[in-house]
Design a protein around this ligand. Structure first.
Ligand SMILES: [Zn+2]
Length: 112
């Protein structure tokens, strides 16, 4: 797992309207992409999405998020409702103790 800042991928997705313009970060395939610098307050949330993608498998995650729930508002999507409950590294550890590399990297990044 890694963290990327000033992400070209996220900017391109937003340019083509494949991602909302207000989105500051996204988690995809073991990487958290930030549009600009790291936004510490949303790191645990994005870390949760990394864990969800591992738990369900990336393809299945994308299928549920973008197809099965395509008509469901962002904040009501199954994965977002769960991720919005994650406010800290402690919350992430409680929910996903099986993925220490995720919460360790986030904790390390927050302490920098
Ligand atoms: Zn989210």
């Amino acid at each position: 797992m890694k963290i990327v800042t000033n992400s070209k991928l996220l900017r391109v997705l937003q340019l083509f309207k494949l991602q909302a313009s207000w989105v500051e970060a996204m988690a995809f395939n073991e990487t958290i992409y930030f549009k600009n610098e790291i936004v510490e307050s949303i790191l645990p949330h994005e870390g949760c999405h990394i864990c969800q993608q591992r738990e369900h498998g990336l393809i299945n995650f994308l299928y549920i998020y973008f197809w099965r729930e395509r008509n469901i508002h962002y904040s009501y999507k199954k994965f977002e409702k769960k991720a919005y409950k994650i406010k800290s590294v402690a919350d992430l550890i409680k929910l996903y103790p099986e993925y220490p590399d995720v919460y360790n990297l986030i904790e390390k990044t927050l302490k920098r």
